[in-house]
Design a protein around this ligand. Structure first.
Ligand code: NAG
Ligand code: NAG
Ligand code: NAG
Ligand code: NAG
Ligand code: NAG
Ligand code: NAG
Ligand code: NAG
Ligand code: NAG
Ligand code: NAG
Ligand code: ZN
Length: 311
């Protein structure tokens, strides 16, 4: 496979599905001929690399990093920011209008938010998040894909930069013991019956924001590592942020994904749309409150010692 093909496919991951049809790398989740066990062969240049995603996060191994401050989310409260929702044949994807972005969070510059999509298994009974934490797999995972603002949405340039893309991963867990379905997820999933076939898309009404979909999650606590796109051609260009607290969604809404979406040219339902776990990477997280107190204390001691030394 030549380099140009690889770039074409890399752009395809982030572009409308019509553009993707011209790609020559046929990958899939379901057929043994093109499922994830083949990606390291059919897209070997990157999918067989050494910083591949997703990973299992071992919480006890996450090192403390003071740089992992809070994010600033711009446009996340805007109920008019969600433009379209589509069935790509491999996932459900929401595209955003311009003006949605993130900064802070230990990122080197601001990143424009391009799209969000989901990974799932087969209902709540067969969980399908991509990342796992201490071996636990959640029912679903939401990915919000962002590109360095300086690239002006040019994904060809971004995938050549080891931190060109910033992905935000949110686990989705079953909401139990409450009758109320989260209204935002009820609204989002109400579109599914209208995009059941691959290639279908709908313009979204101006009634939900990203903040609505992320409600209840403390976005100050997260894991950070450097990894890749989780679909071919798996470019190692992604700063990953995996939030610790899951979004809570009721079982009936989670189950809608695996019971109403169909894959390309098929009567098969879209189930188990996630890549398997890749070799581990160094992961960092916010310092614990106790240890920041401790380091503040030792800094005070050190300052005191230095002051004494002058006299
Ligand atoms: C993938 O990488 C491994 C280790 O570097 C190598 O042994 C293997 O041949 C590679 N596979 C492909 C399909 O390139
Ligand atoms: C986690 O740390 C332990 C102890 O240092 C080590 O044995 C293990 O390989 C690490 N696991 C991962 C996934 O990094
Ligand atoms: C924190 O950021 C500073 C400045 O960019 C950098 O020099 C340092 O290596 C970072 N620390 C960690 C643990 O990443
Ligand atoms: C919300 O997004 C829409 C669509 O991009 C935009 O026209 C509008 O100005 C945004 N509103 C605010 C308050 O930024
Ligand atoms: C998914 O779950 C349904 C209902 O539980 C079951 O009939 C179906 O065989 C499962 N599909 C896969 C691919 O496991
Ligand atoms: C992205 O940047 C490359 C390299 O500068 C350029 O060739 C290409 O035309 C740009 N693509 C878009 C869509 O602007
Ligand atoms: C979805 O389709 C139903 C009919 O199947 C229609 O009543 C509804 O308005 C459509 N919703 C959207 C958001 O297009
Ligand atoms: C959305 O679907 C319409 C047909 O219903 C199609 O003309 C359009 O190109 C699609 N848009 C995207 C972004 O896929
Ligand atoms: C679906 O099947 C038709 C006819 O077999 C074919 O022309 C088309 O390219 C297929 N589309 C996809 C997305 O595979
Ligand atoms: Zn994803």
């Amino acid at each position: 496979m030549n380099f140009l093909t690889i770039i074409a496919v890399a752009v395809c991951v982030l572009a409308p599905s019509a553009y993707c049809e011209s790609s020559t790398v046929e990958w899939c989740f379901h057929d043994p001929k093109c499922s994830d066990s083949t990606w390291s062969t059919i897209a070997a240049l990157y999918c067989n690399g050494t910083r591949q995603s997703p990973i299992n996060i071992v919480s006890a191994n996450a090192t403390e990093n003071q740089n992992l401050t809070e994010f600033t989310f711009e446009g996340y409260g805007n109920k008019s920011a969600l433009a379209t929702i589509e069935n790509t044949g491999d996932t459900v994807k929401v595209n955003f209008y311009t003006g949605v972005k993130i900064s802070g969070g230990g990122l080197s510059e601001s990143y424009d938010t391009l799209q969000a999509h989901l990974h799932w298994g087969n209902g709540t009974a067969a969980p399908g998040s991509e990342h796992t934490v201490d071996g636990k797999r959640f029912p679903m995972e939401l990915h919000i894909v962002n590109i360095k603002s300086s690239y002006n949405r040019n994904t060809t340039l971004a995938v050549k930069d080891s931190e060109g893309l910033a992905a935000l991963g949110f686990f989705i867990e079953e909401l139990t013991g409450v009758d109320d379905q989260p209204a935002s997820w009820k609204t989002l999933t109400s579109y599914l019956s209208n995009i059941s076939n691959a290639g279908d898309n709908k313009t979204m009404a101006e009634d939900i924001s990203l903040d609505d979909l992320l409600s209840g999650v403390n976005r100050a606590n997260y894991y950070r590592y450097l990894g890749s796109l989780t679909t071919p051609v798996c470019n190692e260009a992604v700063v990953w942020t995996v939030f610790k607290e899951p979004i809570k969604v009721s079982k009936n809404l989670i189950d809608l994904f695996s019971t109403s979406m169909y894959i390309k040219n098929s009567t098969s339902l879209m189930v188990n749309v996630y890549r398997s776990i890749q070799p581990s990477q160094p992961v960092s997280t916010q310092p614990k409150a106790s240890s920041s107190t401790k380091s503040g204390y030792s800094l005070a001691l050190m300052t005191f010692a230095l002051m004494m030394a002058r006299y």
